[in-house]
Write a protein that binds this ligand. Structure first.
Ligand code: NZQ
Ligand code: ZN
Length: 386
């Protein structure tokens, strides 16, 4: 096992009706800005639940955070906060709203004028952030308890991430009932995103990290079991609860502690979203199977373990079992309704040279657990995914 430092300070409040707990957690004197997206929380009653919980507080709102939150929108929120008395943010939404809120929280008192620098420097100059909490409405990204944030800049076609010890949410409220209203596409996206997060911290090379391996296998098997079920029974509390808790754990730091990681699928996927507006999980479903195929030699031992322990593939040669596991992974995404080829999204690969150029500009030239996913390898993965 590798050395690690782990700090996951977010207080998690999980279960039915738990939005009501907000008033026990947020200081009564807080001047709160509710940050949310396109309005789903108005239709499903989540916003009213928040208002009911926060009766007596000073509350203001900033809405309109888009999926793949736009820098251009977020800097308007920063200006708004600088002009009004606000000292606490409450994100209500999925990964986009929570990531956007992390950026806003860090940007309000950022020491330099150029706020995009936060992305370019991976948060290196952040010295403080407004305190914030979140009410999660879409289990997928793990953003509710981690300190990562992914921001898109529409005018330049960039989608980049930053992390900072200052942007852990204080409290995360996870009520599975609020996910009943998710469209099928977003429910499926969430399952695929959490599955890929788990694989990216598991399918590398063995370091004799037994707990992390079995933890990852448990999360993967839960998603394989519950994913197809939730499509049939979207209002089944137990299924929604299991998916919500799995997605949080897939990217809250614990799973990846002490093990090598490979985030290349995410980096290549971010370019697909930036160039073509694909949903985050759609990009992962396209890239991951080809990346595994491309790196199957380097990942041989863990792929074999994955085939045996997660899929129960014990017959045939090692190479056959690995091929079967990669095929089964792709089929799982397809069964969830998330397509796995660029052509399924009417893309012909003509943007590949531009995406490779963008990877180069962003310094993403040596990805993967061995830093051997060079631009040439990335190009092969994109081409195979057409
Ligand atoms: O905007 P509203 O109206 O709220 O609608 C949203 C949005 O249209 C809707 N939605 C959310 N909860 C709902 C709901 N609709 C009905 N009922 C509900 N309960 O779903 C749509 C998508 O929401 P979004 O937040 O964009 O989805 P997701 O949670 O998948 O977040 C994706 C973003 O997170 C980033 C992605 O790159 C992408 O920008 N990621 C963040 C990570 C992190 N911070 O650790 C890691 C991830 O790998 C990922 O990169
Ligand atoms: Zn993801």
């Amino acid at each position: 096992m590798q050395n690690f430092t782990l700090h996951t300070p977010t207080k998690i409040i999980f279960g039915k009706g738990q939005i009501a707990q907000l008033s026990n957690e947020i200081p009564k004197t807080a001047k709160i800005l509710l940050v949310y997206g396109g309005g789903s929380i108005k239709h499903n009653g989540v916003l009213s639940q928040v208002y009911a919980a926060l009766e007596g507080y000073t509350i203001d709102e900033f809405s309109g955070i888009e999926p793949n939150p736009a820098y251009e929108t977020l800097i308007k929120a920063v200006d708004y906060i600088r002009q009004h008395e606000i000292d606490y943010l409450l994100a209500i939404g999925g990964g986009s709203v929570i990531d956007g809120t992390k950026f806003i929280a860090a940007a309000v008192n950022y020491p330099h004028d150029d706020l995009w620098e936060i992305l370019i420097t991976n948060g290196a100059y952040i010295t403080s952030a407004l305190p914030f909490s979140c009410v999660l409405t879409l289990p997928a990204t793990g953003s509710e308890t981690n300190n990562f944030s992914v921001i898109s800049r529409r005018e330049t076609g960039d989608k980049q991430s930053f992390s900072s010890p200052f942007v852990f949410p204080k409290i995360a409220i996870l009520d599975p009932e609020v996910t009943y209203s998710l469209p099928v596409r977003q429910t499926a996206n969430g399952v695929v995103d959490a599955f890929v997060h788990t694989l990216e911290q598991y399918l590398t090379y063995p370091v004799n990290a037994k707990v992390q391996d079995r933890y990852a296998e448990g999360l993967l098997m839960t998603l394989l079991e519950e994913g197809p079920k939730v499509l049939k029974e979207p209002e089944n509390y137990a299924i929604r609860a299991n998916i919500m808790w799995t997605a949080t754990q897939a990217l809250n730091g614990l799973l990846g502690a002490g093990v090598p990681q490979d985030w290349a699928t995410h980096e290549l996927g971010h370019q697909l979203t930036a160039f073509h507006g694909l949903d985050h999980a759609q990009t992962l479903a396209i890239i991951l199977p080809h990346l595994l195929q491309e790196k199957r030699e380097a990942k041989h031992d863990k792929l074999l373990q994955y085939a045996e322990r997660v899929w129960d593939f014990t017959e045939g040669s090692e190479e056959e079992r690995i091929s079967k596991a990669i095929r089964a992974t792709r089929q799982f995404f397809e069964d969830m309704g998330v397509k796995t080829h660029l052509s399924d999204y009417r893309l012909d690969g003509s943007s590949i040279p531009a995406m490779i150029k963008k990877l180069e500009t962003q310094g993403l030239v040596a990805l993967g657990e061995h830093q051997d996913i060079t631009l040439d390898v990335s190009q092969r993965i994109y081409e195979a995914s057409i």
